[in-house]
Design a protein around this ligand. Structure first.
Ligand code: MRU
Length: 363
């Protein structure tokens, strides 16, 4: 078995200054296509179409998208007045917020870009406004967001890896790996970290219908890393647990309410219920940027509904009547009471969860 070097993990994107080079995740694993994204429209389309996906990754990509667009507009609209520049920046970040509603990381990143933009304008005061210098500061902020996400992944990975004993078998869902973040990943980051420390792990990866992030991306990442992985369809999860094949469930999150209720890829709730039935510990691994302490419970989380054809079709071919009615929520909410622990970069949080206090203590 190979122990991958941390430098060998795949990447979701590379910042190139005048564009974002983005790995088109819709084409994985058969093709690795790098798309150059130049503006708001390119980045918004990539987020909406899941070319870049995973809560932390869309936050970082969104921040870079804001930099690209404000620089373009600064030139084309000759934005030499601070208030006018800020109006454009706020319009850009709002457009990015509209791309996907559930993952809160994107919203936190856009809020952060807005805060910096407001600071830049208020600091410029009566002096002449320099939109080029302002663009550079926005770029520095996007780079900081990316770098911090990478560091957070490493810290989460270490905390999560402590929960993984040598020789265990882990069930995971969707893709929480390197391409879903700006670094090593969340739940898969913990698995990579445990593997790098020499632990033997068997991963079971749910295929994750309808868009197969588990089959196309998690199975690919783990296989490439030399980590033993067995791919199962989502409907096999109960049976593999009943057979005693699973010691631990580890998944990611898109938004976690103050009480620990966790929105994650559709199908995660099934695993939470099964975990309770079979007495298997279930851990969420997510950065504090995925926490939304403003929401008291998961009932307040907005769940994205996606196009009907994602369910009616299988890899571009109709596998159901083209006119049949469809319900296609992209996420579900697992109640905090079904979750054994939530791993963030701060450590392992146990129930009863109170992320309002955790975040108040952090700031
Ligand atoms: O719709 P996606 O593919 O963006 O959904 C992603 C997930 O649900 C992941 O499990 C979650 O974002 C954690 S990513 C590290």
């Amino acid at each position: 078995m190979t122990l991958l070097a941390a430098t060998e993990i795949p990447r979701a994107f590379f910042w190139k200054g005048d564009h974002l080079a983005l790995l088109d995740q819709t084409m994985l694993p058969t093709q690795q296509i790098w798309l150059p994204l130049f503006n708001l429209e390119d980045v918004s389309e990539a987020i909406r179409m899941l070319r870049v996906r995973g809560a932390p990754a869309i936050g970082v990509a969104g921040a870079y998208g804001a930099v690209l667009e404000i620089r373009l507009r600064s030139r084309s609209e000759n934005l030499d007045q601070g208030p006018e520049w800020l109006k454009h920046l706020l319009e850009i970040t709002e457009a990015l917020r509209q791309t996907r509603p559930t993952a809160v990381n994107l919203f936190h990143c856009m809020d952060r870009m807005d805060r910096v933009a407001r600071d830049i304008v208020s600091e410029s005061g009566q002096a002449a406004f320099d939109s080029f210098a302002a663009g550079d500061r926005m770029e520095a902020e996007a780079l900081a967001i990316h770098r911090e996400d990478e560091e957070i992944c490493n810290r989460m990975g270490s905390h999560g890896a402590e929960l993984i004993a040598d020789g265990v078998s882990i069930l995971t869902h969707c893709n929480t790996g390197a391409v879903a973040t700006g670094g090593l990943g969340t739940a898969l980051g913990a698995i990579y970290t445990a593997h790098l420390s020499g632990k033997k792990i068997q991963v079971y990866a749910d295929e994750t219908r309808p868009l197969l992030q588990g089959g196309r991306i998690t199975a690919w990442e783990l296989f490439e890393a030399g980590i033993p992985v067995k791919l199962i369809t989502d409907s096999m999860a109960a049976s593999v647990m009943a057979d005693g094949k699973i010691d631990l469930i580890m998944v990611g999150a898109d938004r976690i309410a103050a009480n620990g209720d966790t929105a994650n890829k559709i199908g995660t709730l099934n695993l939470g219920i099964l975990a309770k039935h079979f007495g298997i510990p279930m851990y969420i691994v997510a950065p504090t940027t995925t926490l939304d302490p403003s929401l008291a419970s998961g009932q307040e989380i907005v769940i994205e509904e996606r196009k009907a054809d994602e369910v009616r079709q299988f890899q571009g071919q109709y596998s159901a009547p083209p006119e049949v009615d469809v319900f296609n929520p992209a996420f579900d909410v697992t109640p905090g009471e079904l979750i054994t622990g939530i791993v963030t970069e701060l450590g392992v949080h146990r129930p009863p969860y109170d992320f309002r206090s955790v975040m108040a203590g952090k700031s």
